[in-house]
Write a protein of this length. Structure first.
Length: 397
């Protein structure tokens, strides 16, 4: 049987493909400290579950394709709170940020088109772009320069007649990079000058640790036809299982194209929307407490990594990830060894190998992404296991 040439170009998630090894390790009684997936352990606000309990409609009907009014209005109110006035028609609710990305990229990319994405980047961008027939033009960064990419010469060197958009995560996954206002303005100017879409994946907006104001590409009024915002409740409210995202744009023609996909998939689950709308009612101190907790974890993981001989990393400014270069030749081989051959008192550690976060072949081979989503005590133990593992691996390899 014949399969799509587009899907054949895609790979399994580099974050999830090692799951079979974890199953076998756990069967052998190993405890695994999992730093490979950005699944927060922060408690989901009770408002979510209360909304589900109080839902009493006699029929669980289709929701409107753009999203139920309560959800759209909750998002609208949230953005007004950070200084951006969006109309309800600018906001579309999606099944997670993933569907928002898929819909947008299918609306703006064709076979042969290119999209500029700083690498390392969220690996699923690869799949989302390749299934449109387009390709990623990677803007390569390095750990030595702190993975920073907002440099005019670097960005413009990637632009050609096939370029349609610039896309980035801010704060960054997997790097933890937070763009300054000046860097965001630069990207906005380049997009405007070259008539490109600029897609800001801003799902980690609240998680910044230097006292920065909450920032969005939506603040730049002079490029509103170019700007597309991707957002989600997953990380903001530790509600990954809710699968509620949003795509926001003031570009009227793009709105019409987006709605074609929304109507074709009918609607986003009603209960998840009802419950997620309630999340936006949590008090402001919720974010202060969560941000402080992640900052403590960031400080812990960075301090521990800095003490391991041969590890190269920069302090992340946001999100809850750190990208690091390890003193090993192949991070994938090292991870398989950690899961199959290594343990310390019956315990081991797991990360996401860095190669899958790049589009450029052979980049990131000795890099890893670590998600600091465990409590303080577990995070410290996980870093100690990493240090012990690196030492033993290099002694035997």
């Amino acid at each position: 049987m014949k399969f799509s040439s587009k899907i054949k170009q895609c790979n399994l998630s580099p974050i999830r493909k090692f799951y079979p090894y974890t199953v076998e390790a756990k069967k052998k009684g190993k405890k695994i400290y999992q730093l490979n997936i950005g699944q927060p352990d922060i408690k989901t606000p009770e408002a979510f579950f209360e909304a589900v309990k109080n839902f009493n409609a006699p029929v669980l009907a289709y929701a409107p394709s753009p999203g139920i009014p309560e959800m759209v209005q909750a998002i609208q109110k949230y953005y007004k709170g950070i200084g951006i006035d969006y109309a309800e028609s600018d906001i579309v609710v999606t099944t997670g940020g993933s569907e928002a990305l898929q819909i947008v990229l299918n609306c703006i990319l064709d076979n042969g088109d290119e999209i500029i994405i700083p690498e390392p980047f969220y690996p699923n961008y690869n799949t989302f772009v390749k299934t449109t027939g387009a390709t990623i033009r990677p803007l390569t960064t390095s750990v030595e320069e702190g993975y920073r990419y907002a440099v005019r010469e670097k960005i413009e060197a990637c632009i050609n007649e096939n370029t349609r958009a610039i896309m980035f995560t801010n704060p960054g996954n997997p790097t933890g990079v937070v763009l300054t206002q000046e860097e965001m303005r630069l990207i906005a100017d380049i997009a405007k000058e070259h008539d490109l879409f600029v897609i800001g994946d801003e799902v980690y907006r609240e998680f910044v640790y230097g006292g920065e104001k909450l920032a969005s590409m939506g603040h730049f009024e002079d490029i509103q036809d170019n700007v597309i915002i991707i957002d989600s409740v997953s990380k903001r409210f530790s509600a990954c299982g809710a699968r509620i995202g949003t795509v926001i744009t003031r570009n009227k023609e793009l709105q019409q194209h987006i709605m074609k996909f929304c109507q074709a998939r009918l609607s986003v689950p009603t209960l998840d929307q009802v419950a997620s709308a309630a999340l936006y009612s949590v008090p402001a101190n919720y974010f202060d407490e969560v941000r402080e907790e992640y900052k403590k974890r960031r400080d812990t993981i960075y301090a521990k990594l800095s003490q391991i001989d041969g590890v190269v990393c920069k302090e992340p400014q946001g999100a809850f990830y750190v990208m690091a270069k390890l003193p090993v030749e192949d991070a994938e081989d090292f991870l398989v060894w950690l899961l199959t051959e290594f343990d310390d008192n019956g315990e081991t550690v797991m990360f996401a190998p860095g190669g899958g976060f790049y589009a450029t072949p052979d980049c990131g081979k000795n890099e890893v992404r670590l998600a600091y989503v465990l409590n303080q005590k577990d995070l410290e133990r996980a870093m100690d296991l990493l240090a012990i593992g690196i030492k033993k691996y290099n002694e035997t390899h």
